[in-house]
Structures are given as structure tokens and as C-alpha cells.
Design a protein around this ligand. Structure first.
Ligand code: CAA
Length: 264
């Protein structure tokens, strides 16, 4: 996807979060990002993804946990379908491949910061998480789902590919065969199956979602901050590293921890 007129434009001004359908609340070490267009089932526009990127860039340094949630009936219905019919910014026809590539990369920044080691990101998913919404949940470190959660990678059914960073975590979580089956049928995964597949780490009754997220956040904050950052970095590296490389990474991180603990 891409916008014909703005492709390649460098991001300068901070977008208006309200216009982007986002709400940000920061309470000490916890930031809560709410997808906030309930009347559109939290459908996301280019501004939403730019807004998410801006939140990532401007997050206060003492924030340790970021929770993403949806207002109203669901987490997110994915891309705002109005954009296909000419509402807001239009789509590129892809003829300027380099500009479209830069444009999509800018939108992907709304998702990539969620993997940063200095924060732990939690998606609190209820109701639908479709397309870009499913990919947003996949971009988070941990997914807590309500028992009414419904995950669907709809893009191929619309003639597109999932391009908001979701293909890598999906394959890593469910394996290539299941990822193919889910994407190429665009079928919906309900909460029970999501738990079995590892798409959701925790599934709770709908009315227990907020409480479960609160408990998880409290547990995450109870862990030593430096150890949490180092361990997240280590775990994210593990999939790419050989055993030898990973052993070396463990030694390196532990030396850092020991130095900090003993003031060296
Ligand atoms: N874009 C724009 N508007 C949307 C929307 C979307 N994705 N999803 C829902 N809405 C709007 C509806 O048009 C409706 O508006 P009106 O009240 O003006 O009629 C309102 O939100 C409520 O929608 P429903 O009445 O359909 O609500 P529901 O609870 O019965 O159903 C739903 C919810 C299953 C999410 C259904 O709305 C739906 O299927 N939406 C479309 C989902 C979709 O195909 N998303 C695209 C995914 S692909 C993607 O995301 C691509 C990408 O990132 C690259």
C-alpha cells in the first residue's frame, strides 16, 4: 500500500493523536495506548500508524510497560476500508516502487518499536483483531485475550499481503504450515485456539480482561528493570543466533548484570 502524493515524505510534525484514533495515558512506568475509534471498530488509517510511531518515539524514558487496547466492542477491525474507496489519503498504484517502499516502511515504524528491549508490550485483545489489528497484537511481546477474541489475517482475501510486520512473528509462533493455512484462508481463530497455538499467552473471561492485564503489568514491574531489559534483548536474539552465539550473548548480558549489581 502507499499514498501517491505523500510517499517518501519524511515524518516531521507529531500527528494529532485524536485525529489518528489513538489515546495515550502515561501513569508512571505504564503507558496505555488505546485504539479509540469505537464507532468504526477501531479501524486504522495511515495517521493511526504514524501516530503509533510518534508515541514510540516520544515515550518517556521511565516507561517500562506499554499496554495496547481497543475502546468499545473490539480491539481493531484493521485498516479503514474507507481508504480503499477514496476517503482520506489514497493508495499508490505501486508504480513508484521506491517511494511506496519508503512509505510502507514509515507505517511499519508504528509497529516495530513495540519490540524495543527497554519496554515490555502487552496487547489486551477483546473481540475482533483483524488484519492490521491482528498484526498489531502480534507486534507486542505478550497477548492477553478475552474469551471473545477473534483473530483474522484478512489481507490476502482483499488482494493484499500482511505488511505491518506480522508475518515474522506469526510464523515464529505458529510455524509455517499453520501460518499459511491461517493467512491463505483468512479464517478466524477464536480465543481457545489462539491459546493452543500460542497466539495468546493468557485467555480470560471478557469481564476479567482488565484485571488480568493489571495483574500481568504488576508482575512485570516487580522484576528488576535492568534484568528485564537484558533478558528481553537476549530472548529476542535467541531465534536468530546459533547456540554458540546465544551462549556468548548470555555471558555478555550476565557480565553487564554483575557489573551493575556489584557497582563495577
Ligand atoms: N473500516 C472502516 N469502517 C469499519 C471497519 C473498517 N475496517 N470495520 C467496521 N467499520 C464500521 C462499519 O462500516 C460500521 O459503520 P456504520 O455504523 O457507519 O455502518 C461500524 O464500523 C460498525 O461495524 P459493524 O456494524 O460491521 O460492526 P460488527 O460488530 O457487526 O462487525 C466487524 C465488526 C466484524 C469488524 C465488521 O465490521 C467487519 O468485518 N469489518 C471489516 C473488517 C476488515 O475487512 N478489515 C480489513 C482487514 S485487512 C487489513 O487490515 C489490511 C492491512 O492492514 C494492510
Amino acid at each position: 500500500m502507499g499514498d501517491a502524493t505523500t510517499a517518501g515524505r519524511p515524518e516531521t510534525a507529531s500527528p494529532d493523536l485524536g485525529k489518528a484514533g489513538l489515546r495515550l495515558e502515561v501513569d508512571g512506568a505504564v503507558a496505555t495506548v488505546t485504539l479509540d475509534r469505537p464507532e468504526r471498530r477501531n479501524a486504522m488509517t495511515f495517521d493511526t500508524w504514524r501516530g503509533l510511531a510518534a508515541i514510540g518515539r516520544s515515550l518517556p524514558a521511565d516507561v517500562r510497560v506499554v499496554v495496547l487496547r481497543g475502546e468499545g466492542k473490539c480491539f481493531s477491525a484493521g485498516i479503514d476500508l474507507g481508504m480503499f474507496s477514496g476517503d482520506g489519503e489514497g493508495f499508490s498504484d505501486g508504480s513508484d516502487a521506491a517511494a511506496t517502499d519508503r512509505f510502507i516502511a514509515e507505517l511499519q515504524e508504528g509497529y516495530t518499536w513495540l519490540r524495543r528491549p527497554d519496554i515490555v508490550t502487552v496487547a489486551a485483545v477483546h473481540g475482533h483483531a483483524i488484519g492490521g489489528g491482528f498484526q498489531l497484537a502480534l507486534a507486542c511481546d505478550i497477548r492477553v485475550a478475552a474469551d471473545d477474541a477473534r483473530f483474522c489475517m484478512k489481507e490476502p482475501a482483499l488482494g493484499l499481503v500482511p505488511d505491518l510486520t506480522g508475518t515474522k512473528p506469526l510464523v515464529e509462533i505458529v510455524g509455517i504450515g499453520r501460518a499459511l493455512e491461517l493467512c491463505l484462508t483468512a479464517r478466524t481463530v477464536l480465543a481457545d485456539e489462539a491459546a493452543r497455538l500460542g497466539i495468546a499467552e493468557i485467555v480470560v473471561p471478557r469481564d476479567g480482561l482488565d484485571g488480568a492485564v493489571r495483574d500481568l503489568v504488576a508482575s512485570l514491574l516487580a522484576v528488576n528493570p535492568g534484568a528485564a531489559v537484558a533478558t528481553k534483548r537476549l530472548l529476542w536474539e535467541a531465534a536468530e543466533n546459533t547456540l554458540e552465539e546465544q551462549c556468548a550473548a548470555e555471558r555478555r548480558e550476565q557480565i553487564g548484570r554483575l557489573r551493575e549489581m556489584f557497582g563495577n
